[in-house]
Ligand binder design. Structure first.
Ligand code: SF4
Length: 405
């Protein structure tokens, strides 16, 4: 676990880092892998650990087992945990998850909602414990906003709040760098710079980041990145490869199941509204939760555009924009192209100030003709009352058009 600043100064601090990591990796390996294999792998070689002065209260922003999971997030966690035959580990309170084994902290924000099955299965297979920060609350947001600069988007402020919560609760905080999955398959620049942005947002805090980099355009594939991360944690290549292969399969199986469940909503009776937004905006219980709660109160069926057959969506996206280069935006564009005739309206849901959404949603507002579209931008000042009013008006217009009001 993180140590106090008094314990960690100069080379002594580095030495303690290496020793502590080695001891924990050895304990982890002994518990989860063939005995002795990890010891042979050079356990002190965990890199990208940003050791800095520990002036921050390690408990800042931590909530003890906050049960507010957000309906959809909880539902997905259960579904995906069930798919891989385990409990919904993300729902266990932070304090229950301390062990002598290596513990990796996972911020419940941003890429968590896309990759948590992959990450949790990978670490589980290696015998590494994971601890997931509690669902977003007002306190999470305020803590993150205090660490962020003014230009930071709402999603990243929330992410930083989750990082703050994990300080002192784990050995490393997982902060990947994902640049692209190939040409015209790019991630937002915030994901390309995530480890640096995170480190620089906590200049006075001891942060130990565990990262991996995916940049397929320049030959850095996801699998190689995981192999490198596992090696840095001190595990043998064979065990890491097996863990990755199982994690990738679990992730794909869970996603296929999730997509099948979402597709069924297109044939449900009632007003169906397609929500086009990033998973971490929609699924965040504090911000996105406001929208889904209100839609359900209005007796509307929200359907997620981002939960779709991703490959098919990428192919279809060129019908809407042949030049869009962002992976997730293309998935959403393709999903809209496929599903727009099966829904009664579309809500473009984004977090302020989002560069990709500002361009893509403007394009969509102009291109989507013949179907009601609401452009809803959430920010830190967003109140439930304002959201309720806009959603009520939107649904009233749809009901009026359909002659049911
Ligand atoms: S896509 Fe938008 S909301 Fe997501 S990280 Fe980038 S700027 Fe923030």
């Amino acid at each position: 676990m993180a140590r106090s600043s008094e314990e960690r100064t100069g080379t002594e601090k580095k030495r303690k880092d290496g020793t502590g990591t080695a001891a924990k990796a050895a304990a982890t390996a002994a518990a989860g892998l063939a005995a002795g294999a990890a010891a042979a792998a050079g356990l002190a070689a965990v890199s990208d650990l940003a050791g800095r002065g520990a002036n921050q209260d390690p408990k800042a922003g931590v909530k003890s087992g906050d049960p507010a999971g957000g309906g959809d997030g909880r539902e997905q966690a259960d579904l995906e945990a069930a798919a891989r035959g385990g409990a919904a580990s993300a729902d266990r309170p932070v304090e229950e998850r301390k062990t002598d084994r290596l513990t990796v902290g996972i911020p419940r924000a941003m890429l968590y909602y896309r990759y948590h099955v992959l990450w949790e299965t990978f670490f589980h297979e290696l015998g590494v414990d994971t601890v997931v920060s509690a669902p977003t609350s007002r306190e999470t947001f305020l803590t993150g906003a205090a660490h962020a600069n003014d230009e930071t988007c709402l999603s990243e402020k929330i992410f930083l709040g989750h990082v703050a919560e994990l300080v002192g609760k784990c050995d490393f905080i997982l902060t990947p760098r994902i640049c692209n999955l190939g040409r015209r398959r790019e991630y937002c620049v915030r994901f390309q710079a995530m480890p640096d942005l995170t480190r620089n947002s906590f200049p006075e805090t001891e942060l130990k980041l565990l990262t991996y980099s995916v940049d397929e355009i320049h030959g850095a594939r996801e699998k190689d990145a995981f192999l490198g991360m596992g090696k840095e944690l001190g595990f043998p290549r064979k065990a890491v490869k097996r863990a990755y292969d199982r994690a990738r399969k679990a992730d794909e199986d869970a996603w296929a199941k999730r997509v099948r469940a979402e597709e069924k909503k297109y044939s449900q009776e009632g007003i169906r509204i397609l929500i086009a937004g990033h998973s971490y905006v929609y699924q965040d219980p504090y911000f996105g939760g406001m929208v889904t709660d209100e839609l359900r109160k209005l007796d509307v069926i929200p359907v997620r555009a981002d939960v779709t057959d991703r490959k098919k969506a990428l192919d279809l996206s060129v019908q809407v924009s042949p030049t869009c280069k962002w992976e997730v935006s293309r998935e959403i564009l393709g999903s809209i192209a496929e599903h727009r005739k099966k829904v009664d309206g579309i809500i473009l849901l984004s977090a302020f100030p989002c560069g990709p959404d500002a361009m893509v949603n403007e394009l969509l507002v102009r291109k989507l003709q013949g179907i009601p579209v609401l452009n809803l931008v959430l920010d830190g000042q967003t109140g439930a009352a304002g959201i309720e009013t806009r959603l009520e008006s939107f649904i009233d217009i749809i009901r009026l058009q359909q002659g049911s009001l």
